[in-house]
Design a protein around this ligand. Structure first.
Ligand code: PEP
Length: 256
């Protein structure tokens, strides 16, 4: 059975003290309402400066993992302000979100860079959460499949079968991120099935069936259950709703 994940992307929210109190609440609520499925895990992606502290706090909770929101593709060097994969690994990160639409839009992250970041992460045994998804204008033109296929092709399809199996894919239609407009359950399933089909064409059905594909885009405690009930939706990458402990816990428990 493939892994199910609910990941919280805190973006540039929460100071260190706020991060501590949010994680305390999440852990407290998870103790009251534990996860009963062995294949379900929780991933928390706080800002860089809170990673080490949050990592220490979740240590011992075997279903909760630490993620960064970005990394550099080089191991080290003269890249002022950047953070490398070995740095993230040493402080306990298991996952790193790459290719988020905000990074693509505001920081010129492109598929070529993402291919390099993916390589750097897999080399250090960290799991990339690779975000892909179309803009509103691209969906309106009916080009969502073409766009997502090209993102996968350009950033991931140089990997071997063994390597790509380790990647988590997050389908995040850009028009749904932070807008309150969620993809319908049918739209999410359609795109997830499409992503799995494209992977199957390149790597075989067995490989495609093993890959975890998350939905992201205004997923909340109210709509999560319906979205996660789809056969090809293995969980969610949650932005705004992951900042409220109770909502995040309800979303985790919606992933049955
Ligand atoms: C995200 O940032 O990945 C995201 C899905 O945000 P939101 O849930 O706020 O739409």
């Amino acid at each position: 059975m493939r892994k199910k994940i609910v990941a919280g992307n805190w973006k540039m929210n929460n100071t260190l003290s706020q991060s501590i109190s949010l994680v305390e609440n999440i852990i407290k609520l998870l103790k009251e309402k534990p996860i009963m499925q062995s294949e379900l895990c929780v991933v928390i992606a706080p800002p860089f400066i809170s990673l080490e502290k949050v990592g220490n706090m979740i240590n011992g909770h075997k279903e909760v993992f630490l993620s960064a929101q970005n990394c550099h593709s080089e191991i080290k060097g003269a890249y002022t302000g950047e953070v490398s994969v070995p740095m993230l690994k040493e402080i306990g990160c298991n996952y790193v979100i790459i290719g988020h639409s905000e990074r693509r839009a505001y920081f010129n992250e492109n598929d070529e860079t993402l291919a390099k970041k993916t390589n750097a992460l897999l080399k250090e045994d960290l799991i990339p959460i690779f975000c892909c998804g179309e803009l509103l204008i691209e969906r309106q033109a009916g080009n969502q499949e073409k766009i997502v296929k090209s993102q996968l092709n350009n950033a991931l399809f140089h990997l071997s079968k063994e390597q790509i199996k380790k990647v988590v894919i997050a389908y995040e239609p850009v028009w749904a991120i932070g807008t309150g407009v969620t993809a319908t359950s049918a739209q999410a399933q359609e795109m997830h099935a499409f992503i799995r089909k494209v992977i199957a064409e390149k790597y075989g059905t067995d490989c495609a069936e093993e890959i975890t594909i998350l939905y992201g885009g205004s997923c909340n405690a109210k709509n999560a259950q319906e979205l996660f009930a789809n056969a090809d939706v293995d969980g969610g990458l949650i932005g705004g709703a992951s900042l409220i402990a109770e909502d995040f816990i309800n979303i985790i428990h919606a992933n049955k």
